[in-house]
Design a protein around this ligand. Structure first.
Ligand SMILES: *[C@@H]1O[C@H](CO)[C@@H](O)[C@H](O)[C@H]1NC(C)=O
Ligand SMILES: *[C@@H]1O[C@H](CO)[C@@H](O)[C@H](O)[C@H]1NC(C)=O
Ligand SMILES: *[C@@H]1O[C@H](CO)[C@@H](O)[C@H](O)[C@H]1NC(C)=O
Ligand SMILES: *[C@@H]1O[C@H](CO)[C@@H](O)[C@H](O)[C@H]1NC(C)=O
Length: 337
């Protein structure tokens, strides 16, 4: 008589125990979910995010004084409405182009979640950010490089004389009429070869060694990133070819870009040029060419340039048209239908 009653009691106790454990588990799970919502972007196992489509995000981490304003205004700003994408400028505080790890997290989180602006074209003076470190696929990276001495000269005279783009804006060295030759001779800061260390760190990324002037590791990392993470890197002196090839490889964004560019009048096609530039003397050129920093930046530039030229030569015919598709499918088995 007492035995079954005891059994019922054990059964009831066990039931409550299990229910208690289950309830706690649920509570933990909810709290955990809430936490992961807050602190971790929710990546799928394949590196995509619900709603994040890396093919619909382009990042153009433009290097200053490489013609990037011309490109952005003439191509991205004019086409975004027609081709249905958003163009977004990423403004880096105090022009510090290398993002710290916390900002990277915030940026990656935002770009992968901001569906409202998708497809999106981001551009800004920022060093390469590797999304894969945060568990995502990288978006499509593009960029443009310029011969490093040309770039520095352009920057040097831009600070003194401004350009035709933001007329009236007083530049930081306005009134200073020292030529580049004089600056080199007097070993001033504005023409210090350290100022050339820019295209390497932009491609190298956010590691501390990237901004270490003259780092061989930075050069290697920059080359490796260019090969592995950039769809296309053009050169300033071949802007039109860059636009033409972009239109072929990213038609969703750049369809009609070349035609559009060609209809622009002279002023807009060369949207931005530094007003006054004095070519350097042979003596200055000699000093620059023998500088190890210049040599490294030049090596990187030549590397990027040769990649672009090779890609270009393989898709273009002698008459200037693009080569037709060089593959087709066959022997589909079992047959479709
Ligand atoms: C989880 O977050 C939601 C709002 O985001 C909140 O209403 C809920 O109370 C949270 N749950 C727990 C268990 O913290
Ligand atoms: C970036 O933001 C700062 C501060 O708001 C502003 O002064 C500056 O003009 C912006 N840069 C560009 C290129 O618009
Ligand atoms: C991304 O950042 C912008 C600007 O701060 C903000 O307006 C937007 O809501 C953010 N998007 C997401 C999904 O967090
Ligand atoms: C700069 O220009 C002023 C006149 O505009 C001239 O007097 C001066 O000598 C120039 N300085 C240099 C370094 O060329």
């Amino acid at each position: 008589m007492t035995l079954p009653r005891f059994n019922v009691l054990i059964f009831v106790a066990l039931f409550f125990l299990l229910w208690f454990i289950y309830f706690n588990y649920r509570l933990d799970k909810v709290q955990l979910d809430n936490q992961s919502n807050r602190y971790l972007p929710q990546a799928n196992s394949d590196g995509t995010r619900s709603g994040y489509n890396p093919r619909k995000v382009i990042i153009y981490n433009r290097v200053p004084k490489t013609g990037s304003t011309t490109f952005t205004n003439a191509v991205a700003y004019d086409l975004c409405k027609k081709n249905g994408f958003h163009s977004i400028h990423l403004n880096m505080t105090k022009n510090r182009y290398s993002m710290n790890i916390v900002d990277q997290r915030t940026f990656v989180d935002n770009v992968t979640a901001w569906n409202e602006v998708s497809p999106a074209f981001y551009h800004g003076h920022v060093a390469f950010v590797d999304f894969t470190k945060f568990g995502y696929l990288n978006p499509i990276y593009i960029n443009m490089v310029r011969e490093p001495l040309d770039r520095l000269l352009s920057h040097y005279y831009f600070l003194r004389y401004g350009d035709n783009y933001r007329i009236g804006l007083k530049r930081s060295r306005a009134g200073n009429n020292e030529t580049f030759d004089e600056c080199v001779e007097r070993k001033k800061k504005d023409c210090d070869m350290k100022m050339m260390w820019l295209q390497i760190p932009y491609f190298c990324g956010t590691h501390s060694f990237c901004t270490e002037v003259g780092s061989k590791l930075a050069l290697d990392q920059a080359k490796s990133n260019l090969l592995n993470h950039y769809l296309l890197v053009g050169t300033t002196d071949r802007l039109i070819d860059f636009i033409a090839l972009l239109e072929q490889v990213l038609p969703d964004f750049f369809h009609g870009a070349l035609d559009h560019y060609n209809t622009l009048d002279e002023n807009r096609a060369h949207l931005r040029y530094t007003k006054k530039k004095i070519p350097p003397s042979e003596q200055t050129l000699e000093i620059v060419r023998n500088d190890p920093i210049y040599q490294m930046e030049k090596e990187f530039y030549d590397f990027a340039k040769s990649q672009f030229e090779e890609q270009w030569n393989r898709v273009k015919l002698k008459d200037g048209s693009f080569i037709p598709k060089q593959f087709h499918y066959e022997k589909i088995k079992p047959p479709l239908e």
